[in-house]
Structures are given as structure tokens and as C-alpha cells.
Design a protein around this ligand. Structure first.
Ligand code: CA
Length: 236
């Protein structure tokens, strides 16, 4: 299976976000996707970094101390019309989105957002023109069609809810890799989950039951004690 991320392993991404914890979550997730990531926590520093020409993509919060994200975007566009910029906007701020797009933002994400979605948008904007993302994922006897959202195991259809689907896709994008609970929660549920939540265990349970019922196969999801989970990609 071809994975577009592997082809662009050292692209540099700049994250400009004054909520340090959020900036770190985003940076960690993008780093796990194989990008080199730098963070800045205010407008002036972000603007200076964005203008260095060192970055393939900028993730830019709108509300920043020192200099507003839209001002930073305006300056970026005055120097560089091509650099992909994804704005992070507040939920209700429609005017920010419209103004941002008018100023030349490539895309925007409304907070709170899931890191899995941000990572998908980053991939989409970094893809060279004409290059298409793989439309299917395979791990062992499990196959996911990303366009139709159809999941099969050994040729049998597995019916999943939207969240179960997102969880499976995240595991399948990182086959054989031990993923921490925090990593999975960040990617699938977004950054504002409660760390004591049992939601991940519950959904892993649903997913296991459905995957096992579908084909009567082994449990493909391994529990890694005190850490998290790993999806086995080899056929038994
Ligand atoms: Ca902010």
C-alpha cells in the first residue's frame, strides 16, 4: 500500500498558537505523521518564522497576542501567495472565517477540532498537484475504503458507527505501532478530552466485537499494558 506521508518525511510545518498545550498537541500529532514541527506562541514571532521560507505549511490561530492571526496572514500573503495556511478559528466567529478566506487562507479549522481531521487537511494541502491520497487502507485481513467508508474483514462487511470508523482508520494509519491512549484520544476525539475518560476502552471494545463477529477472526487489536493499543497488520 502506498502512503503519501512516507514520501514527504521531512517537510517542516509551523504552528502559531498561543495556547501552549494545544500547540504541543498539534505539534506532537504532526510529528507522529512524520513532519518536522516548530511552534510559536505569539503573532510577531509567528510572522517572523512564517517569512523565513523554511516552512511548507503554516497552522495559524486567529486570536494571538501581539499581532492578530489575520494580520499575520496578510503579511504572509504580501510575500508569498503559495504557502498553505490553515487558520484556527473560534466556533462562532463566522466573520473571521470569511475575512480569513478573503485574505487568502488556504483552509480553516473551527475549534475544537479533531487532530485526525487536521492531519488529513495538512496531508491534502501538502500533496503535490496531481498526487492523490490512497483511497483504501489495508491491515492484515481488514480493508477500509476511505471514499465509501466501507469496512471489510476477510471480505465480510463490518458496519461501524462514525466514531468507530475514525478510530479504526487511525489505528490502520499506524499499523504495528504502539499508540498511547493519549495519542489515540487526541487524534480521534480532539484535544479537549477528559484524561480519566473510559471512552477509548469502550470504543475499542465495540470495535473488537464487530471485527471478530464479522469474520470470526482473531482480535487484531492488541492491548499494550499501561500504554495503549497496537493494531496487528500481519495475517495470523
Ligand atoms: Ca488564541
Amino acid at each position: 500500500m502506498r502512503r503519501s506521508l512516507r514520501e514527504t518525511p521531512w517537510m517542516r510545518i509551523l504552528v502559531v498558537e498561543d495556547e501552549v498545550a494545544l500547540a504541543d498537541f498539534v505539534a506532537k500529532a504532526l510529528h507522529a505523521d512524520g513532519y518536522a514541527v516548530s511552534t510559536c506562541h505569539d503573532g510577531p514571532a509567528g510572522e517572523a518564522a512564517a517569512l523565513t521560507g523554511d516552512y511548507a505549511l503554516v497552522i495559524l490561530d486567529v486570536l494571538l497576542p501581539g499581532r492578530d492571526g489575520l494580520e499575520v496572514l496578510r503579511t504572509i500573503r504580501a510575500h508569498d501567495s503559495e504557502l498553505p495556511v490553515i487558520l484556527l478559528t473560534a466556533r462562532a466567529a463566522i466573520e473571521q472565517k470569511v475575512e480569513g478566506l478573503d485574505l487568502g487562507a488556504t483552509d480553516y479549522m473551527t475549534k475544537p477540532f479533531s487532530l485526525e481531521e487536521l492531519s488529513a487537511r495538512v496531508r491534502a494541502h501538502l500533496r503535490a498537484p496531481g498526487q492523490r491520497e490512497a483511497s483504501a487502507l489495508e491491515a492484515g485481513d481488514i480493508r477500509v475504503d476511505l471514499r465509501t467508508r466501507r469496512v471489510e474483514r476477510n471480505g465480510h462487511e463490518v458496519r461501524l458507527t462514525a466514531r468507530e470508523f475514525d478510530l479504526l482508520v487511525y489505528l490502520m494509519r499506524h499499523p504495528e505501532q504502539v499508540l498511547s491512549r493519549e495519542q489515540i484520544l487526541n487524534a480521534v476525539w480532539g484535544f479537549d478530552f477528559d484524561p480519566r475518560t473510559k471512552v477509548l476502552e469502550v470504543f475499542i471494545g465495540y470495535l473488537r466485537r464487530k471485527l471478530e463477529q464479522a469474520a470470526g477472526g482473531d482480535d487484531p487489536i492488541e492491548t499494550v499494558r499501561n500504554v495503549g493499543y497496537r493494531l496487528r497488520a500481519q495475517r495470523a
